[in-house]
Design a protein around this ligand. Structure first.
Ligand code: GTB
Length: 211
């Protein structure tokens, strides 16, 4: 069955791979599923045809036959559950890998998004410098905790999993800020993720559209 995802017609990041279709592309590449991409403009995202796929008018979406999904967490979990390669067979290890997916999205990504918002949308406010310092410290706290847990391991819980795919995807957003480099084991962890052939294929595919 053909899988179709949606992505920005032109990503505002100019092909750095930061828009969330990259993590879905990465998961598709890891599990060896071919996919088509429908590019959508910001205007089209708010129109009824796209809102039927994602009520919040965002990308990416995922279509496979009669199934339509939105939310990258749900899409990656769906792929990981249907195909081998992203979740361990052992039930407990599988549950732990899924826990890391949730941790990436609910615990680590939140302060990172707060930081990105402060940088992009609030830098002209008179209180920006003061707030930015608080926001950065909240990001640092999460990174320190994650760094402590990862230690010298390659991946968060044994073999590479959907939990790592999601965590690396979330951390990538920090690259330009320099915050990641304050935690060398996390910077190396992200680099390990980016070095995976599946990630490279995903990155190249979105870059071909956006650069
Ligand atoms: N929780 C949802 C998910 O995980 O699927 C969030 C989806 C989401 O934020 N989608 C964004 C979107 O459609 C694109 S990825 N935004 C348009 C809108 O809301 O109107 C977020 C994103 C956008 C741009 C960059 N960038 O240029 O660096 C990075 C990330």
């Amino acid at each position: 069955m053909t899988i179709t995802i949606t992505a920005f017609e032109r990503s505002p990041d100019g092909g750095k791979g930061l828009a969330r279709d990259t993590r879905v592309r990465w998961a598709l590449e890891e599990v060896g599923q071919a996919y088509a991409v429908r590019l959508v403009s910001f205007q089209a995202m708010k129109e009824p045809a796209h809102l039927a796929l994602n009520p919040f008018g965002q990308i990416p979406t995922y279509e496979e036959g009669d199934l339509a999904l939105f939310e990258t967490g749900a899409i990656v979990l769906h792929l990981a559950q249907r195909h081998s390669g992203l979740l361990p067979q052992d039930a407990d290890a599988r549950a732990r890998a899924i826990t890391w997916m949730f941790a990436a999205l609910n615990t680590v990504e939140l302060p990172i998004l707060e930081f990105v918002t402060a940088r992009i949308l609030e830098s002209d406010k008179p209180w920006s410098t003061e707030r930015m310092s608080l926001v950065k410290d909240r990001v640092r706290e999460r990174l320190r905790q994650l760094s402590d847990r990862l230690g010298g391991a390659d991946w968060l819980d044994g073999a590479f999993s959907a939990g790592d795919l999601m965590m690396v995807s979330v951390l990538l957003r920090l690259r330009a800020s320099g915050l990641l480099d304050e935690f060398p084991n996390l910077a190396a962890y992200v680099a390990r993720g980016e070095a995976r052939p599946a990630y490279k294929r995903a990155f190249d595919a979105q870059a071909a559209i956006n650069t």
